[in-house]
Design a binder for this molecule. Structure first.
Ligand SMILES: [Fe+2]
Length: 338
């Protein structure tokens, strides 16, 4: 089967060897396997070709003429985007050669005389590994946007909440662990903690950062942020839970929350944990309109709001924990304290 790129184009290999006979033999093997092969005999020619065209793989002899080394091609290849992997062929495997190859981040070495099957298997594996690494890198970048860029965007819009999302993630995770929430839900909850206020992007600045008290109309606008968050995260189809908990993070146990006035266990446990963790951070941190609350005052509020704003079991669990351990209750290494 012809090896192809994701876009359907045939994969291209650049072949570099100063011995014309060897070059011809290798070319035959690779073309027979379906690769689109370009072959050159000098380092200079190879470098020019790499600059001019995109290759999926470079296969080069270790020694090119008297003074040039194939691994020098790897240095040039590393500067290309996307970067083609380089396999070095050598008839004289030496320690120095291997060291040089490692230094230049060569993907693999193949010893001549070449066994066709082994060569093709190596080419196939190296191209696949490179493709996989590239995709992982793309995923990592996308993940960074989700878990770092988005929360920072909210915090830039509303600087009073600097660090809020990251702290809420820590608190929710400790609580979730304490309540026996499973690993998968805990991961979703961490994401929900990070993104819970993402809908604030849609709230006008003059309302979001208004220093004085809000009018009823302004508060109605603020109340739209959970639904807006739900909308912003619409494409997060694999994480419906995350969207749901973001949507529900201002609901209350007694049904007096928003947007839907859900009651009690209508909000699943992870969602109720998020509600509580979010409030805890708002109380424990200083805001422009209030100082940080001392712990006894927070504990008293949780007890008073057990069964009203908060799941009663959860509220008492946190109040007890805070009384017993203070701020360490929310430390991720709490278990190691004793
Ligand atoms: Fe919120």
């Amino acid at each position: 089967m012809t090896p192809r790129r994701a876009n359907g184009q045939v994969q291209k290999v650049l072949l570099v060897d100063d011995e014309v006979d060897v070059l011809r033999g290798l070319r035959r093997i690779l073309e027979h396997a379906g690769y689109d092969v370009t072959s050159v005999t000098t380092l200079r020619h190879a470098v020019n070709t790499i600059h001019a065209e995109r290759f999926d793989l470079v296969l080069t002899d270790l020694y090119l003429g008297d003074s040039d080394l194939g691994v020098q091609i790897a240095d040039v290849a590393r500067q290309q985007h996307p970067q083609p992997p380089v396999i070095v062929l050598t008839g004289r495997p030496t320690f120095d050669g291997a060291q040089e190859a490692l230094r230049s981040h060569v993907a693999d070495m193949v010893v001549k005389p070449v066994d066709a099957q082994h060569l093709l298997a190596t080419c196939h594996r190296v191209i696949q590994e490179t493709e996989l690494a590239r995709r992982n890198q793309e995923l990592e970048s996308a993940n960074k946007v989700l878990t770092s860029v988005l929360p920072r965007t909210i915090e830039m819009k509303d600087p009073t909440t600097s660090g809020h999302a990251a702290r809420v993630v820590g608190y929710t995770d400790v609580l979730a662990q304490r309540c026996g929430v499973g690993a998968e839900d805990r991961a979703s909850l961490r994401l929900a903690g990070l993104l819970h206020d993402i809908g604030k992007i849609g709230i006008p600045d003059h309302i979001l950062t208004k220093p004085g008290p809000l009018t009823a109309d302004e508060f109605d606008v603020i109340k739209r942020h959970p639904a807006m968050g739900y909308e912003v995260l619409a494409e997060l189809t694999e994480h419906e839970n995350v969207r749901t908990w973001v949507y529900q993070h201002h609901e209350r146990w007694d049904g007096k929350g928003y947007p839907n006035g859900l009651h009690g266990e209508d909000v699943a446990l992870p969602g109720r944990i998020l509600v509580l963790a979010e409030v805890y951070d708002a109380l424990a941190e200083q805001r422009s309109y209030k100082p940080a609350w001392p712990l006894p005052k927070i504990v008293a509020l949780f007890r008073e709001q057990a069964g009203k704003q908060f799941d009663p079991d959860l509220a008492h669990l946190v109040a007890d924990g805070l009384e017993r351990l203070g701020y360490r209750f929310f430390s991720p290494n709490r278990d190691q304290l004793f």
